[in-house]
Design a protein around this ligand. Structure first.
Ligand code: M6R
Length: 616
């Protein structure tokens, strides 16, 4: 939700800021803007719509400043329009601010500032921030501090008034070539190299400049110039922070010849899965995680596991539940983070809570994790982003190592999350001795074979394309499956909705006749997943029920279906049913992709969505 960029160095800032915004555009693309200092005056260029619009604004090429701040917006308060675009300034144009997050008490603050003579020109929550900084700056104007310290102090005071989440950047003509940043519950990283420093909402946006990063923590502040970064706490105490070297390379965040990031990420899955497996799983050896050291004594006390996440990450959790229950015999509940956090779940020190988040910045998932910790549970975060907020809150973190996922629709992160659950399930089972060794070793072999099986699947995608070409104009589609295939149906349906805007429903096949079958009519597309040998006959009966009512069927299966009257069959390689979603999801990802392309939509940046949902 919203991306922020900052730069201070020796080069002209305008294009560097735009490049950064383009890399962050997946976070929001309702409007964009930049603020630089031109001849001692703050210059703001902003407009509604995509980042590229800024390039066409009069005077953009003439901007000379070698530092500035920038923003790409996912609208929360106020419609997407120029007035509501960031950066926002205080009334006197002494401070300019970009903000990612939500200020929950902005009405209260707005009233306070209005009573103190301030005027507001936008509907945003953000506009209170520069004005509050101005208000506090005036209050401490006569103190015996440097101008920089006065502005820092004013920024700290302003943030103390804010309820909600924020990552902010502040510039002022009073301290040229300096950016002040702060964060709470919204991501902000500082990339550093000789003679220049960059600020961004995420690491991949800066990989083309540096691999050395400072990860700002909640309630931390930094004063950044081209040669220096000073860190402060809320008491204005100055301290040093460690640099983190990030291994991802810049190419990983580029399209590399693919038309879209989503397609590239689908095709990266054999490799991303190899990275997830890493050295954690080997045949005839116990699974291990560098970052996890759970004892048999502890695991034996666990009487329940919660897996909590949102969207696709939650769907990965549904597969994880199946794996953990089968291998470890521990009851496992999957919950949606936004529900979990408000329903007072029954949790104590005998509960292990696992939180899954590709971005590691999803507000509901982070809040749900904090809740479990406060009730005494141990928490494990599964995330793809090194140093993301969730990893800093959890007791333990296991990284998926899938590489940067840029497309809003999650693909390789899902398959890596499921692989990680499989390794985690094996790890728990080996410690507990809850499954026989041959079962575990067979599963390991199947996990290690996954990359080559996905490659096989990706060799010929023509049938999926053919189905997409035929049905892309449909208004509704259904996805059916039983057991683990039902969890994949949910994921396939979500993928289709978010990037093709086709309404779709996923149902457990056996549930269909309890109501939804009333919606099946002549010509409707029904997509079924059939990978579990034990359930295949029952699922086929359910498909026959929809065929009888006129449905056109696509079946994704690893079974030999002797007789069938299905319209399309996509055969996928066989594997252990516990991990079959890692293979059966691939045709569904491609189906959503091709349909979206056929409709001429922006696959990577679907409407109304953003990559990381940092607001409730
Ligand atoms: O970053 P997270 O894994 O926490 O994100 C959770 C969901 O917002 C995310 O999976 C969303 O559902 C995807 N856009 C689905 O493709």
């Amino acid at each position: 939700m919203c991306g922020i960029i900052g730069y201070v160095g020796n080069e002209k800032a305008n294009n560097i800021l735009i490049d950064g915004l383009l890399a962050l555009e997946y976070r929001g693309y309702d409007s964009a803007g930049i603020a630089t200092l031109e001849n001692g005056i703050i210059s703001v260029m902003k407009d509604k719509g995509r980042v590229k619009n800024i390039l066409d604004l009069d005077g953009f090429d003439d901007l000379e400043s070698t530092y500035g701040i920038a923003h790409t917006r996912w609208a929360t308060h106020g419609k997407p329009c120029k007035e509501n675009s960031h950066p926002h300034c205080d009334n006197s144009k002494t401070f300019s601010v970009v903000h990612n997050g939500i200020i929950e008490n902005y009405n209260e603050l707005r009233n306070f500032l209005t009573d103190n003579g301030y005027t507001f020109y936008s509907e945003t929550d953000t506009e209170v921030i520069p004005n509050l900084i101005h208000y506090y700056y005036n209050q401490n104007k006569n103190e015996n501090l440097s101008v920089e310290d006065k502005i820092l102090k004013a920024t700290i005071s302003a943030t103390k008034d804010l309820k909600g989440s924020y990552a902010i950047e502040v510039i002022s003509p009073l301290i040229p070539n300096t950016i002040i940043v702060a964060r709470k519950d919204s991501p902000l990283v500082i990339g550093t190299k000789e003679g220049a420093n960059h600020v961004a909402s995420d690491i991949p946006a800066l990989l083309r400049y540096t691999r050395d990063f400072y990860l700002l923590d909640d309630n931390e502040f930094a004063v950044i110039t081209k040669d220096d970064i000073k860190f402060y706490n809320q008491n204005m105490e100055n301290y040093k922070k460690d640099i983190k070297n990030i291994e991802w390379d810049a190419a990983a965040a580029e399209k590399n010849g693919f038309e879209d990031f989503m397609l590239k990420e689908i095709y990266e899955q054999p490799n991303s899965i190899r990275e997830t497996i890493g050295s954690r799983l080997k045949l005839n050896e116990k699974c291990s995680f560098d970052s996890l050291n759970l004892s048999k004594e502890y695991l034996s006390t666990i009487n329940k596991i919660y897996i909590v996440a949102c969207g696709t990450a939650m769907h990965a959790g549904l597969v994880g539940k199946n794996i953990i229950e089968k291998l470890c015999n521990i009851p496992t509940i999957v919950d949606i983070a936004s529900e979990f956090r408000y329903r007072d779940p029954i949790i104590d020190e005998k509960t292990l809570c696992i939180y899954v988040s590709q971005s590691g910045e999803t507000a509901d998932t982070i809040a749900a994790l904090k809740l479990a910790k406060s009730k005494g549970a141990k928490t494990i975060a599964i995330s793809n982003v090194i140093g993301s907020s969730i990893t800093r809150e959890a007791d333990y973190t296991v990284y998926t190592h899938a590489g940067p996922e840029i497309a809003v629709a999650s693909t390789k992160a899902y398959t890596s999350q499921v692989v990680l659950f499989a390794i985690l399930g094996l790890y728990f089972a080996e410690i507990l001795g809850s499954s026989d060794i041959s079962t575990l070793e067979n599963l390991k072999k199947d996990i290690l074979d996954l990359p080559s099986k996905i490659n096989e699947l990706l060799e010929d995608t023509s049938l999926i394309k053919e189905f997409a070409d035929k049905f892309y104009k449909e208004k509704d589609m259904f996805f059916l499956g039983r057991g683990v295939d039902y969890t994949v149906a949910l994921e396939g349906s979500l993928k289709l909705k978010e990037i093709s805007y086709i309404h779709s429903e996923a149902y457990a096949s056996g549930e269909l006749k309890h109501g939804p079958i009333a919606l099946i009519e002549d010509g409707i597309a029904v997509i079924s997943i059939l990978t579990d040998e034990d359930l295949v006959k029952k699922s086929i009966s359910n498909i026959q029920e929809v065929i009888t009512r006129g449905a056109k069927t696509l079946v994704i299966t690893n079974q030999n279906l002797d007789y069938n009257n299905f319209d399309y069959i996509i055969n996928i390689p066989s594997t252990n049913p516990l991990i079959s979603p890692i293979l059966s999801v691939v045709p569904l990802q491609l189906l959503a992709y091709y349909i979206s392309k056929d409709k001429g939509l922006d696959v990577d940046k679907p409407r109304n969505l953003a990559k990381s949902v940092t607001v409730e």
